[in-house]
Design a protein around this ligand. Structure first.
Ligand code: FE2
Ligand code: FE2
Length: 260
């Protein structure tokens, strides 16, 4: 689910807890700009100087403004936790699908080895990203981890047994849903950023990094989708049924993993 060094985050969370009580374990990623508030030596109350983006005609005389964390709402915390949880589960499933598919596919199509390796390696990288974020932010993994593991391996193996085309159709279906899923998350996070900026807050670099990580992973998933289509995914028989069932299964798994 993407962020800065843990020490910075932990100290941020501590500061947040001072201002708004004990926090849950969900990620805390937002900073608010303070106008050198408390001591205010020469603050002109009637003419508040609002540093606008370009700012700083007075920069030489104004000390750099400290930043403070802004507490996330409960809903935002819950959202970020579920985002990390479902993404970790999804990337685990992706690695297991490829792991199960690869030996079967390569038996008949050995020339696909570099492609299968490339996609697996990227999925493994995605999983490592979310594993570390889940651990760092102490988010509970999905309780259905074992179930998803069995189902993903079964899906990978069974589609590969149907042939290269079916294996690629599986990738096409999964990556279509995952691409949509990541896009929805990116949209939601960008809306949060827009709101904070409109209210005059700064956004922590860690939060921005999360968004750029999601964009990178989304792009890699869509690259897998392209590879699958280029390698005859749509020649699978019956393509509509195979992809329809797998896509529906993905949506169900995403829905459940966000919650359980
Ligand atoms: Fe992935
Ligand atoms: Fe993928």
């Amino acid at each position: 689910m993407t962020m800065a060094p843990s020490r910075a985050l932990l100290s941020s969370m501590k500061r947040m807890s001072v201002s708004c009580g004990r926090l849950s374990n969900a990620p805390s990623l937002v900073r608010v700009r303070t106008n050198a508030t408390t001591t205010g030596t020469a603050s002109p109350p009637s003419a508040p100087v609002r540093p606008q983006g370009s700012a700083t005609e007075t920069a030489s005389s104004t000390p750099p403004q400290p930043k403070k964390l802004k507490p996330l709402t409960q809903a935002q915390r819950a959202y970020l936790s579920s985002l990390l949880r479902v993404n970790q589960a999804g990337e685990l499933a992706a690695t297991l699908i490829y792991k199960a598919q690869t030996p079967v596919v390569l038996r008949r199509e050995p020339h696909l080895r570099p492609l299968m390796r490339h996609m697996y390696d990227q999925e493994e990288g995605h999983l490592e990203t979310f594993n570390s974020l889940i651990a760092k932010h102490r988010v509970r993994p999905t309780a259905l981890y074992p179930l998803w593991s069995v189902m993903a391996s079964g899906l990978g193996w069974s589609t590969a047994m149907l042939g290269k085309e079916a294996a690629m159709a599986c990738t096409e279906a999964v990556e279509t849903e995952i691409g949509n899923h990541y896009n929805a998350q990116i949209r939601t996070l960008l809306e949060m950023v827009s709101e904070w900026e409109a209210e005059g807050y700064d956004v922590d670099e860690e939060f921005r990094h999360l968004i750029s990580t999601l964009r990178r992973i989304r792009d890699e998933e869509l690259e897998h989708l392209d590879h699958a289509v280029e390698h005859d995914a749509q020649k699978a028989e019956p393509h509509w049924l195979l992809t329809g069932v797998i896509r529906a299964g993905c949506r169900g798994a995403i829905w459940v993993s966000e919650r359980v």
